[in-house]
Design a protein around this ligand. Structure first.
Ligand code: 7RM
Length: 651
C-alpha cells in the first residue's frame, strides 16, 4: 500500500529558506560534491575572531575528527554579544514559569549583563579555562546564564538533568572532576517542589567540590555550608557587568553531556566549540525555518541535548527569541502547551512523541480551546513518532496549516541529521524523511555490507563526519572508538535500525538492540508498538523480545489501555489488540503475550527502558539493574506483579 504523502504548504514554501524539493536536492548535491566548500560557507554564520585554515580532518579508524582547525571563536560571544548592536532590546529568553500566567522577558542586553556577572563569579571562585563545572539547575534563566558564562571563560559545562538522583549526579560530578556546582534551593515543576540543594549536598559528600552556587527559586530555607555554599543573588551584584571573552580554539571543549548506554556507566559525550556551534545554528535555521520575529518554543529540558542545541546554542547564536518552559504538558491540565503558545504567540513548537501521545488521550477539546494561529512549524524528537500521532499533530495541533518535522538525531550528533524541511519536503507520516545537506547516511547489513538503492533495511551509519559530531567520551576515548567506529570500519554506527523505502524516505525503526527476530523474520519493536497504538483500546505500548522455544524470539507487549477500553475485560482487550497487529502488519508480528499495565518504566526524558521490560518478560526479576533514574520507579514493581500473576508458561 502506498504511504500517504503530505505536501509542503505553499504559503510556508513561498518564504522558507529552502522552498522546494528541487532546491533541497541541489543543496544536497552541492554539499556532497564539495563538502569543504559547503561547510566553509556554512561556518560563516558564526563570528570568528580568527579564521580557520582547514575545514576538517577526519580519521574514523582512530575515531578522530576535527572541524574548522585554526579558527578562534567564543560561543558566548556568538550567542550574546554580537546581537547587542542590532537586537539589544529584543527578548532573548522568554521564561515561562511553572504557575500558569508567569512570564519573564529577558532581553539580549540583560542576558549579556547576567552572563558577564555570572562569568565573573565563576572566575572569582577559581574556575579557569578547561575546568569542568556542573550545572544542576531547574528550567530557570540562571541555567542559561550558567551555560553561557562557562562558555564565556572557556570552562566546560556538564549539565545534569535536575531530576536525576543524588547517586547519578555524584557519578557525573566524579567522572568529570567538577569542583564547582550550580544548583537552586528547590525546583518547581507541575506545582511540586524538588529539593535540589538537598540532593547536591548528598551527592557531593566527601568529594573535592569547593564551591556550590545556589539560585533562589522558592522561598524555602536550605542549609548552607559556610565557606562552600553561596547564594548567586548575593554574588552576582558584587561582580562587574562586563567580562571579556576567552578566545577559544575551534576544537576546545564546549561541554560534556552524559547519555546512558544499554549497560554500565553513562558516557560523557564531549562537544567542541566551532563545529558544534556552527552545526546547531545551521540546523536550527534550516529545520525550523527560523527567521527574525519567530518565537521558538522548544519544550525540552536544558538537561538533555535537545535543550542544549535547540533552546540555548542554536536559537541564541541565530539571534532568536527562545522559550524556557519550566512546567509540564499536563499542568494544570492538558491545555497548557496550547495556552502558552497563544499567550506568547509562539511560531515554532518542538516536543517529543511521548508528550503528544499523553495529550492525545485527552482528545481534541483541550487543544481546540486555544487558537494556535501563531504556529508555523511543529517538530518532534526523541523516538519514532507513530503515523497516527504524526497525523494528529498535523491535523489537530497544526490545523493542517503547519509544517511537521520529525527530526532524527542523538546526543552524539550534536544536532539534527535527518528531518523534513518546512516548505520543501513532502512528508510521509512516521518517516523522518531525508538527510540534511552535508549528512551522508548509509545502511549496512549485519556483515557490514552497504545496502545500496531503495527498499532496504539495515543498521544506520554515517559515511563521513559533520561539524556537530561528538569528539570523544570524556576520559575514555577507547570506549568512544569501540562503541561507534569499531562495528563497521570506516563508518560511524548510530545504534539505530532504519529502512530506506522505495522512494528513498528514511524510517528509523528504533535501536537495533530492540530489533526482534521472530521465526526468521526481522521485526521492529516500534512497528509493532505503532500497530498496537493504532487501536483505540491502546494508549501506549512497549514491545520487547523474549526467548521462545519454537520461534527463537517471541513478542511480548506491555500496553496501557486507552480511554475507549474502559469497562472492557482484559481478555477482550488482548484479543482485540492481537487482531489489530495481525491486520496492520502481519500474523507473524502478532504478540505472543500482552500484559495490560498501568504505567511503563521511562527515563525522565520519556524514553521507555526496554532493558527492564526485557528482563521482566524473561522472568529475570533479580537482574533489573539500576532503576533509580526512572521517572517513576514504582511502576516496575507493579509490572513484575502483573507478569507473575499472568503465569506464563516457562521455557
Ligand atoms: C535527540 C535525542 C537518541 C536516540 C536515537 C534514536 C532515538 C531520536 C528520533 C529517534 C526515531 C526520531 N538524543 N530518536 N529522535 N527515533 N525518530 N525522530 O533524542 O541521545 O537522547 O537519543 O533517540 O533511537 O538513537 S538522545
Amino acid at each position: 500500500m502506498a504511504d500517504r504523502i503530505v505536501a509542503p504548504k505553499s504559503d510556508i514554501a513561498r518564504v522558507s529558506h529552502v522552498s522546494s524539493f528541487a532546491q533541497y536536492e541541489r543543496l544536497y548535491q552541492a554539499a556532497l560534491t564539495d563538502p569543504a566548500q559547503f561547510w566553509s560557507e556554512c561556518a560563516q554564520r558564526v563570528t570568528w575572531f580568527h579564521p580557520f585554515d582547514c575545514v576538517t580532518s577526519q580519521n574514523f579508524a582512530k575515531a578522530e575528527v576535527a572541524w574548522f582547525l585554526g579558527g578562534k571563536l567564543n560561543a558566548s560571544f556568538n550567542c550574546v554579544d554580537r546581537h547587542l548592536a542590532t537586537r539589544g532590546d529584543q527578548t532573548a529568553v522568554l521564561w515561562v514559569g511553572d504557575e500558569p500566567g508567569t512570564y519573564r522577558h529577558i532581553s539580549y542586553r540583560e542576558l549579556h549583563e547576567q552572563v558577564c556577572r555570572l562569568a565573573n563569579v565563576l572566575r572569582a571562585y577559581g574556575v579557569n579555562k578547561g575546568d569542568r563545572v556542573c550545572i544542576y539547575l531547574p528550567m530557570i534563566p540562571d541555567a542559561v546564564y550558567a551555560m553561557l558564562a562557562c562558555a564565556r571563560i572557556g570552562a566546560v559545562h556538564s549539565v545534569v538533568f535536575a531530576g536525576f538522583s543524588a547517586q547519578s549526579l555524584r557519578d557525573r560530578i566524579v567522572d568529570a572532576d567538577c569542583r564547582v556546582v550550580l544548583t537552586a534551593n528547590e525546583g518547581m515543576r507541575g506545582g511540586k517542589t524538588i529539593p535540589l540543594k538537598q540532593t547536591v549536598d548528598e551527592a557531593i559528600a566527601n568529594l573535592p567540590v569547593h564551591t556550590v552556587l545556589v539560585s533562589q527559586r522558592t522561598e524555602a530555607m536550605v542549609p548552607m555550608r559556610v565557606g562552600r555554599d553561596r547564594w548567586l543573588a548575593d554574588e552576582m551584584p558584587k561582580q562587574r557587568a562586563y567580562c571579556p571573552v576567552e578566545w577559544m580554539d575551534s576544537e576546545d571543549a564546549l561541554f560534556v553531556l552524559y547519555t546512558s548506554g544499554s549497560t554500565g556507566k553513562p558516557k560523557g559525550q564531549l562537544h567542541t566549540t566551532g563545529g558544534y556551534l556552527v552545526y546547531a545554528a545551521y540546523t536550527h535555521e534550516l529545520v525550523f525555518d527560523w527567521r527574525p520575529g519567530d518565537i521558538h518554543f522548544c519544550a525540552a529540558d536544558v538537561g538533555w541535548v535537545t535543550g542544549h542545541s535547540y533552546i540555548v546554542y542554536g536559537p541564541l547564536c541565530n539571534g532568536a527569541t527562545t522559550v524556557l518552559f519550566e512546567s509540564t504538558p499536563l499542568y494544570p491540565d492538558a491545555s497548557r502547551y496550547w495556552q502558552v503558545i497563544d499567550d506568547i504567540q509562539a511560531t515554532i513548537f518542538y516536543t517529543a512523541p511521548t508528550a503528544l501521545r499523553a495529550l492525545l488521550r485527552f482528545g481534541d477539546e483541550p487543544v481546540k480551546k486555544y487558537q494556535r494561529t501563531s504556529l508555523r512549524v511543529l517538530g518532534s524528537v526523541g523516538e519514532p513518532i507513530n503515523p497516527e500521532v504524526w497525523q494528529w499533530y498535523h491535523d489537530v495541533v497544526g490545523d493542517k496549516r503547519c509544517a511537521v518535522v520529525d527530526t532524527w538525531w542523538q546526543t552524539e550528533t550534536g544536532g539534527i541529521l535527518i528531518s523534513a524541511l518546512p516548505g520543501a519536503t513532502p512528508c510521509k507520516p512516521g518517516s523522518a524523511t531525508f538527510p540534511l545537506p552535508g549528512v551522508q547516511p548509509v545502511l549496512v547489513d549485519e556483515q557490514g555490507k552497504e545496502l545500496l538503492g531503495n527498499g532496504v533495511s539495515g543498521n544506520l551509519c554515517l559515511a563521513s563526519s559533520w561539524p556537530g559530531q561528538a569528539r570523544t567520551i570524556l576520559n575514555d576515548h577507547a570506549r568512544f572508538q569501540q562503541t561507534y567506529f569499531a562495528m563497521y570500519p570506516g563508518l560511524y554506527f548510530t545504534g539505530d535500525g532504519c529502512r530506506r523505502d522505495e522512494d528513498g524516505y528514511y524510517w528509523i525503526t528504533g535501536r537495533v538492540d530492540d530489533v526482534l527476530n521472530v521465526a526468521g523474520h526481522r521485526l521492529g519493536t516500534a512497528e509493532i508498538e505503532s500497530a498496537l497504538v493504532s487501536h483505540a483500546y491502546c494508549a501506549e505500548a512497549a514491545v520487547v523480545g523474549f526467548p521462545h522455544e519454537l520461534k527463537g524470539q517471541g513478542i511480548y507487549a506491555y500496553v496501557i489501555a486507552g480511554k475507549s477500553a474502559d469497562g472492557v475485560s482484559t481478555a477482550d482487550i488482548v484479543a482485540a489488540l492481537k487482531q489489530a497487529v495481525r491486520k496492520v502488519i502481519s500474523p507473524i508480528a502478532t504478540p505472543d503475550r500482552i500484559q495490560v499495565v498501568a504505567g511503563l518504566p521511562k527515563t525522565r526524558s520519556g524514553k521507555i527502558m526496554r532493558r527492564i521490560l526485557r528482563k521482566i518478560a524473561e522472568g529475570n526479576y533479580g537482574e533489573l539493574g539500576d532503576i533509580t533514574t526512572l521517572a517513576e520507579p514504582a511502576v516496575v514493581e507493579q509490572i513484575v506483579q502483573g507478569h507473575q500473576a499472568a503465569k506464563w508458561p516457562t521455557g
